[in-house]
Structure formats: structure tokens, C-alpha cells
Design a protein around this ligand. Structure first.
Ligand code: MBD
Ligand code: FE
Length: 281
């Protein structure tokens, strides 16, 4: 179909053409989604009588978001990533599926291929003066049976709230480890107590949040991927109880079942042990 480009088109025609509905090529699903999104955007422009100035501000904002690689950070801050969890939960419930530890958002700071070991790992490079932290757990199936050979991929921030690879002051893979469970399904790591994360104060995400009167902070937390052959991949986190942002997370990741109560170890002999005794939970 050919159109006279000099002629002003009606909105519906414009949207149909711009989202490729007239083309025999491309993806039908993608076209339908773009058609919806573009229509919604035009409605918003109309509803708020968006000025040319505001329009170009938004376009430049997208460039800035890309330049600073903060698109995923913004998606978390707007609650869109959390919405994926809400949808997934709804679907599991509707299907009547039993679920174990609840999922929560991955966030933008995962790095693949962290060092892999069996049963235990030390996560910190020892360069930071910080309080030691032991994490341990057991991977089980829905019936509580231990899962051997599961890979628990753990990552978290340092005491400044920074993540290795994104924070150039840290060594490669600092505070990022993968631990494979043994026959008992258990894993343990020694690390350091993390601090909460805050969005880069000069970045586009924080700029947008400022306009909404919101902060960009997360409570202290530890990320987990748990995977094993024959099981669904789990993306989750624990949030450390006592943090002021526990229930005020800018990324909406806190869940009741995912709050961990840190226990202070005062027994030095226990603290010095590399392999901590099998916990019962
Ligand atoms: C983080 O550490 C994080 O976990 C999320 C979801 C967003 C920003 C930083
Ligand atoms: Fe995080």
C-alpha cells in the first residue's frame, strides 16, 4: 500500500502504518505490541497536551538513559520488574502450582560466570574491612527433599552498596560466587555484610525519581539464582532485617518470606571455622 507522504494522515492511519500493520514482513506480535504502545503514547501526548519542549526532553532522556546504561535500573525503580513477579505469581496460583521460596526481581547488576565451587565459597576478596557474614542454606524440592547438584549463584554489594564490575574499585567477581550443592543439598558461603544500594545520584534514574519526589534506595540484600536440572530456575533475594529501607525499597523487591534475621556470632571458634556446621531450618 502506498501513501502520499505529503498528506497529513489521520491518527489511526498513522499508527497502523508506523507499526507496520500494512507490511507483509516483520513479526505480527511485535507489530501488535508496538501499535498498542504507540497508541497509548499518543493518547498521553494528547491528554496532557505535551509541548514540543517536553517531547524533546523525553527523547533526550532516553538517550541519557542509554548512555548511562540505566534502562534496567529505571525499569526496577518504576516497579515494572516487580510487576513481572506479580504476574508470574498470579499465573502459578491460577495453575494451582505449588511453589517454594518466592521469586523476586533480578535487578540490573548480575554478572554471569562467577567462580564455581562445591559446597562452600568465600565471596569477598578480603580487601575490605567489614563485618564477616556467613550464609548457609539447603536447596530442597517442594516436598523438602534435598536437591544435589543445584547451583546457587549469589551476588551482593559491598559496604558502600557497590557491585563488582559496576564499581571499578572492586576486584573482578568480588562478592559474586556460585556454589554447587552436595548430596545434602546444602551450601554455605563466607562473605561480608552488605550495605543497601542507592541509585547513582547524578544519573537519569535518580533524576526521574527526584521529579516524582521519590528516593532511590534499596535495603541491604543478597541476590540468588538457584538452578538444578529438572527444576525451574529461581531468581530471588534475601533482605536483611533491621534496614531502614526494608519496606521502603525503591525497586519493590522485599517480600515477607524473604526477610533474613541476621544472627550475631560471638563465639570466635565458630566464626573462625571455614565449614560451618549443618544448620537445621
Ligand atoms: C540493585 O542492587 C538491585 O538489586 C536492584 C533491583 C536495582 C538496583 C540495584
Ligand atoms: Fe542488588
Amino acid at each position: 500500500m502506498s501513501v502520499n507522504p505529503a498528506k497529513q494522515t489521520e491518527l489511526e492511519t498513522l499508527l497502523a502504518i508506523s507499526s507496520g500493520l500494512n507490511s507483509a514482513q516483520g513479526s505480527e506480535r511485535f507489530k501488535a505490541i508496538m501499535h498498542q504502545v504507540l497508541g497509548d503514547l499518543c493518547q498521553t501526548i494528547k491528554k496532557f497536551d505535551i509541548t514540543d519542549e517536553e517531547f524533546w526532553l523525553a527523547v533526550n532522556y532516553l538517550n541519557e538513559l542509554g548512555e548511562r546504561k540505566e534502562a534496567a535500573l529505571l525499569a526496577a525503580g518504576l516497579g515494572l520488574e516487580h510487576y513481572l513477579d506479580m504476574r508470574a505469581d498470579e499465573k502459578e496460583a491460577a495453575a494451582g502450582n505449588e511453589t517454594g521460596t518466592p521469586r523476586t526481581i533480578e535487578g540490573p547488576l548480575y554478572v554471569a560466570n562467577a567462580p564455581l565451587s562445591k559446597g562452600f565459597a568465600r565471596m569477598d576478596d578480603g580487601h575490605e574491612k567489614a563485618e564477616a557474614m556467613w550464609l548457609h542454606g539447603q536447596v530442597t524440592d517442594i516436598n523438602g527433599q534435598p536437591v544435589a547438584g543445584a547451583v546457587v549463584d549469589i551476588w551482593h554489594a559491598n559496604t558502600m552498596g557497590g557491585y563488582s564490575f559496576f564499581d571499578p574499585s572492586q576486584s573482578e567477581y568480588n562478592l559474586r560466587r556460585r556454589v554447587e550443592t552436595g548430596a545434602d543439598g546444602r551450601y554455605a558461603v563466607r562473605s561480608i555484610v552488605p550495605c543497601g544500594y542507592g541509585c547513582p545520584p547524578d544519573g537519569p534514574t535518580q533524576k526521574l525519581l527526584n521529579g516524582l519526589g521519590r528516593h532511590g534506595n534499596r535495603p541491604a540484600h543478597v541476590h540468588f539464582f538457584v538452578s538444578a536440572p529438572g527444576f525451574k530456575h529461581l531468581t530471588t533475594q534475601i533482605n536483611l532485617n533491621g534496614d531502614e529501607y526494608l519496606w521502603d525499597d525503591f525497586a519493590f523487591a522485599t517480600r515477607e518470606e524473604l526477610i533474613a534475621d541476621p544472627v550475631k556470632i560471638t563465639d570466635q571458634s565458630l566464626a573462625q571455622q571455614r565449614d560451618i556446621p549443618a544448620p537445621h531450618t
